[in-house]
Design a protein. Structure first.
Length: 451
């Protein structure tokens, strides 16, 4: 078939292979320019190849996870690669299987999997976001190492040291966890995954510019910790990925290779900073609000798909400020705890309200912020411009990759999407342009044009 031929021709890895630079970081041969010391990350092996068929057992054996293996998958990931992995591992020892039924990364699923893996020796996960988060969190709680075979480039959490879990009260949070001992990517399997999965992962990479703008602004204005290292290590690959965005929609092996490199390097960035801010700011807050509060109106879309739409919203919002040579002028923060409780429920609202206290300004602190904005804005505006991608370019990249562009394309009501953009800043203490827009009094007018 022509598609297969195009994939084969296009499968050109970077010089040194698909894990160039990644191998140096894992081996401790890469020096962190901010510290002057060799990098140290909590991973043992990361392997990205065009095919891992026949290599599965050797990869797992190299980790010395144990002598009895439990493969965790769901029905789709079992068909995609789980069955193949389980069969290969039989050459190493007994193999048990846990097939999850349409799992969600919530505490109920965590507790269920905890019971099912109570006597498991070596855990080998096969899947993408949900499977990885569940296995990561369960094994992290019991201090057991695990390995993951990716089946789709749908998210950047494979190599992060946090797990995205929905709590019993419905609040979705990033919880401290641990990294997989081994992360293995068969690009042929991942390129054959449903296209919307890779498009979601691409959208999760597209956030870089808006997240960096939010994070640097927060650093300059309120002193948030900031690191440029996560951006340094993924810069060249981000540009390479963007240049082949259309290949994501075509199922190109090469495009999926660069996608997994950026996702992996973004995850490694968490090891350097201890936080996910470099790839998760205002745009992720919008997606978290959707997941937590859409209820029956949730269209079942992926986190990355929602993030892609929110990224375009954030880019348009940031552009309003960056296009003005006049600094923003904020007033005291106006947040209604009673309205939060109406929308979120008493428990979540109380938890979130306590969380956001550091970014609530009164008359005095708002006046102090305005003085700082007046002083810094000419310089800060130029600094932020250096991180920005043109909105039209971001729209074209997401369109080329096959991702949804609007709330309507997500299947989400315009009214609820506007609510998410307006109120998601109430969920986390990360300071973004959503907060500045709200405190200047223009966020409601801006949101009225978003859908």
């Amino acid at each position: 078939m022509e598609t297969s031929r195009q994939q084969t021709i296009a499968a050109d890895a970077p010089e040194g292979g698909w894990t160039t630079l990644i191998d140096d970081i894992l081996a401790g041969n890469w020096v962190n320019p901010e510290t002057g010391s060799p990098a140290t990350v909590p991973y043992e092996r990361i392997v990205i190849e065009e095919s891992l068929d026949g290599a599965e057992a050797d990869l797992v054996a190299s980790l010395r996870l144990g002598e009895r293996f439990t493969v965790v998958a769901d029905e789709r990931t079992w068909d995609a690669m789980g069955g193949r992995v389980a069969s290969a591992l039989k050459s190493l020892g007994p193999v048990d299987t846990v097939i999850l039924d349409h799992p969600h990364a919530d505490m109920a699923a965590v507790n269920d999997l905890d019971e099912r893996l109570a006597k498991a020796d070596a855990v080998v996960a096969v899947g993408s976001g949900t499977i990885n988060d569940l296995c990561k969190f369960v094994t992290g709680r019991t201090k057991r190492r695990y390995a993951i075979f990716a089946t789709a480039g749908s998210m950047n959490g494979y190599t992060s040291t946090t797990a995205s879990i929905t709590l019993e009260n419905g609040l979705k949070v990033s919880l401290p966890s641990h990294a997989p001992a081994g992360f293995f990517v068969d690009l042929a399997v991942n390129a054959a995954a449903p296209r919307h999965l890779s498009a979601a992962g691409f959208a999760d990479c597209l956030v870089r510019s808006v997240a960096q703008i939010d994070w640097w602004m927060s650093h300059r204005l309120i002193g948030s910790v900031y690191s440029s290292v996560p951006y340094m290590i993924q810069d060249a690959d981000e540009r390479a990925l963007n240049s082949c965005a259309a290949g994501i929609a075509r199922g190109s092996i090469s495009a999926n290779g660069y996608l997994h490199r950026v996702l992996t390097l973004c995850g490694l960035g968490v090891s350097f900073t201890g936080m996910s801010n470099h790839g998760s700011m205002g745009e992720h807050q919008v997606s978290h609000y959707i997941d937590c509060f859409a209820g029956e109106g949730h269209p079942g879309t992926l986190h990355g798909q929602q993030v892609g739409v929110a990224t375009l919203t954030m880019a348009r919002l940031q552009r309003i400020f960056l296009d003005s040579d006049k600094p923003p002028v904020i007033g005291p923060t106006r947040i209604d705890p009673a309205d939060m409780a109406r929308r979120m429920g008493d428990d979540i609202a109380a938890q979130c309200y306590a969380e956001i206290q550091p970014k609530i300004f009164d008359e005095r602190s708002a006046a102090e912020m305005n003085e700082r904005l007046a002083e810094l804005w000419p310089t800060l505006r130029q600094e932020l411009e250096a991180f920005a991608l043109p909105v039209a370019q971001m729209e074209q990249l997401l369109r080329d990759a096959g991702g949804p562009m609007t709330a309507a394309e997500l299947g989400l009501s315009g009214g609820f999407y506007r609510e998410a953009v307006l109120h998601c800043r109430e969920m986390r203490n990360r300071y973004t342009f959503l907060d500045i827009a709200a405190d200047t009094g223009m966020l409601e007018d801006f949101v009225a044009g978003e859908a």
